[in-house]
Design a protein around this ligand. Structure first.
Ligand SMILES: [Zn+2]
Length: 240
């Protein structure tokens, strides 16, 4: 009898150990698979030449880069929309980058603009940022967070941030073949808002929301001017 219970005890311990081993292996495999899916340039400081390559693939207006792990690599749809958000704060680009570095926050944006008009990139345009509470929208949109220079109220943004926003939107459209920006007030247009996808947010706040039609016409004016300039330059070179 004694030998039998010892045998059972021995068998039980081995079973327990095997269970632990299997659990540990599973966790390791999951960790490896999870991290293997992240590109190498995510979540760390980049070298000067790496930064240059990133800028060449994205906007020439970028002043600061921190690539967040909170994204889908790559996006699964074509870029055809812009979604403008507000930070609900006057954060520095570095501070927002720090927020987006935490995986448990599950938040990011492609770009951000601070109150002095500096531009940050957190998620390359080829990848889907986790910004608007809509997988479908964020797979089609380049998302931009804009700093506020007023806390609460209308959540105003500085003129510098606003002017840079027009430049950045124009640049994104030009490089991604968006010929016209259209704000319809709902998700049918190609200028969308966070609040269209979530009833829990007022993002981008009353000020930016009231300027959406102005933003669309300013970007469209700039896109037309750029196209005319290009056409004139082409005609000039053909006449030479
Ligand atoms: Zn938002």
């Amino acid at each position: 009898m004694k030998t039998d219970s010892r045998k059972k005890e021995f068998f039980g311990i081995w079973l327990l150990l095997l269970g632990f081993l299997a659990a540990a292996v599973t966790v390791l495999v999951l960790c490896y698979t999870f991290s293997a899916r992240l590109p190498d340039n995510v979540g760390r400081e980049l070298t000067d030449s790496e930064e240059q390559e990133v800028i060449e693939r994205n906007s020439g207006l970028i002043d600061y880069i921190y690539l967040s792990p909170n994204a889908d690599f790559p996006r699964n749809d074509e870029i055809r929309k812009l979604t403008i958000h507000h930070m609900a704060g006057d954060l520095s680009l570095e501070g927002l980058g720090e927020t987006f570095s935490h995986r448990d926050r599950r938040a990011s944006a492609n770009y951000a603009i601070d109150s002095s008009g500096r531009v940050a990139l957190y998620v390359e345009e080829d990848n889907r940022a986790w910004t608007s509470g809509s997988r479908e929208n964020d797979n089609q949109a380049v998302t931009i967070e804009v700093a506020n220079d007023e806390m609460g109220g209308d959540w105003h943004v500085s003129d510098e941030a606003y002017d840079t926003l027009i430049m950045l939107c124009t640049d994104i459209c030009s490089r991604n073949g968006i010929t016209k920006v259209c704000f319809t007030g709902n998700e049918e247009g190609n200028l969308t808002l966070h609040k269209m996808f979530s009833s829990e947010t007022e993002c981008p706040g009353p000020y930016l929301e009231s300027r959406m039609a102005d933003i669309a016409s300013a970007v469209n004016r700039q896109l037309t001017e750029n196209r005319e300039k290009q056409r004139d330059a082409k005609l000039k070179s053909l006449r030479k």
